[in-house]
Write a protein that binds this ligand. Structure first.
Ligand SMILES: *[C@@H]1O[C@H](CO)[C@@H](O)[C@H](O)[C@H]1NC(C)=O
Ligand SMILES: *[C@@H]1O[C@H](CO)[C@@H](O)[C@H](O)[C@H]1NC(C)=O
Ligand SMILES: *[C@@H]1O[C@H](CO)[C@@H](O)[C@H](O)[C@H]1NC(C)=O
Ligand SMILES: *[C@@H]1O[C@H](CO)[C@@H](O)[C@H](O)[C@H]1NC(C)=O
Ligand SMILES: *[C@@H]1O[C@H](CO)[C@@H](O)[C@H](O)[C@H]1NC(C)=O
Length: 315
């Protein structure tokens, strides 16, 4: 054997043994095989629909990858329009699939609240998978971009697989401000925010935050005179907007019945789960609002559209 070749062989052995010791495993199967063994056949079928170079990279590349794999049950509960987009829109399918392929090895022990994981979707930007750890009264819930993790740390030769109860289909491709400017259901909110002279990010004092964002319906439902009050008193408007924002990223999976969240204004919001997510403004009794579109991931946290505006007493 030529000396140069021998050195190469030794290096390969060294790299491989280091990878096994990092993973504490001698797994010989790729992340895709591990997903298949976990019966995630719908996800594996989508891997086969990726361009050959990418599916080959996942199966044969060294990684390490952190593969977030939605179960078949997770795919079954997708909204019909999203399932349809995944089947018919190749660009969208590619985006969603690459968002499930994390770069680097992230084990359960690495799940730290608000940690951001780069993926193949947009490796060098803030458009990352957000990990959250929620301590509920009876359990700890771990989520990846809002999707609860149901099984952790299934080790592979080139990474690790975590099973998800939901598909991460709402990609954080925009900031909350961008969503408000661009989405038709926030036309009225955009108008109010512009009137306040601020933007969502400055109102919240920076991210990550949870914005219970009033939809057009919420603003059309304001009592008479409220709009005039906002126009003449921008401080009152800013206070009301701050009352719809909570520090930290609270996906729906992180909320529980009776939970008290403090709004950025400093007043309490009580979470009521009655089949939907409802918020009650504790200091302004009879002020409730209902989440009508949950878990819109944004680069600076999460947005939930709500159908009423919670007015607060403002001095
Ligand atoms: C991996 O293989 C080595 C050598 O055969 C063995 O000593 C070690 O216990 C194995 N590790 C695991 C986690 O199975
Ligand atoms: C996968 O399906 C097989 C056959 O139904 C079953 O025996 C096995 O327990 C399943 N594995 C997992 C991880 O659910
Ligand atoms: C397909 O998906 C891409 C990426 O999400 C989107 O920009 C585009 O508008 C979609 N095309 C159609 C026809 O829906
Ligand atoms: C929000 O306003 C601040 C201060 O004016 C500005 O620095 C920031 O770029 C704005 N953010 C967006 C998303 O427009
Ligand atoms: C949950 O509470 C909200 C606000 O009180 C109400 O509008 C909604 O109808 C309730 N939903 C159910 C399923 O009871």
């Amino acid at each position: 054997m030529a000396p140069a070749f021998r050195v190469h062989v030794i290096l390969v052995v060294l790299v491989c043994s280091r990878l096994s010791s990092v993973m504490g495993t001698n797994a010989t199967e790729s992340v895709v095989d591990v997903a298949a063994n976990l019966n995630a056949s719908i996800f594996v079928d989508f891997v086969e629909k990726l361009p050959e170079s990418l599916s080959h990279y996942l199966k044969n590349g060294k990684g390490p990858f952190t593969l977030f794999v939605p179960t078949n049950a997770a795919f079954a509960k997708l909204p019909a329009n999203i399932r349809n987009q995944l089947q018919t829109n190749k660009t969208y399918m590619m985006d969603v699939m690459s968002f499930h392929i994390g770069e680097g090895l992230e084990l359960k022990a690495d799940f730290i609240n608000e940690r951001l994981i780069p993926t193949l979707y947009s490796a060098n930007t803030q458009k990352r998978v957000r990990l959250n750890v929620y301590q509920k009264p009876a359990e700890k819930v771990y989520t990846a971009s809002g999707a609860p993790v149901s099984r952790f740390d299934e080790l592979a030769s080139n990474g690790v697989v975590h099973l998800l109860d939901q598909v991460m289909y709402h990609l954080p491709s925009q900031s909350a401000d961008d969503v408000i400017v661009l989405a038709p259901e926030y036309l009225q909110l955009d108008y109010l925010i512009e009137m306040s002279g601020l933007n969502a990010s400055t109102i919240a004092g920076g991210g990550p935050f949870t914005f219970f964002a009033p939809t057009n319906e919420a603003i059309y439902s304001l009592p008479p005179g409220a709009m005039y009050e906002f126009e003449v008193n921008h401080m009152a408007l800013i206070a009301v907007l701050q009352h719809h924002i909570v520090k930290g990223t609270y996906y729906a999976a992180g909320l529980y019945n009776g939970q008290i969240l403090q709004s950025y204004l400093g007043q309490d919001l009580k979470v009521i789960l009655n089949g939907t997510v409802v918020l009650e403004s504790v200091d302004s009794p009879n002020t409730v609002t209902q989440v009508t579109s949950a878990d819109v991931s944004v680069t600076d946290g999460v947005m939930h559209g709500v159908n009423r505006m919670m007015l607060v007493r403002y001095n």
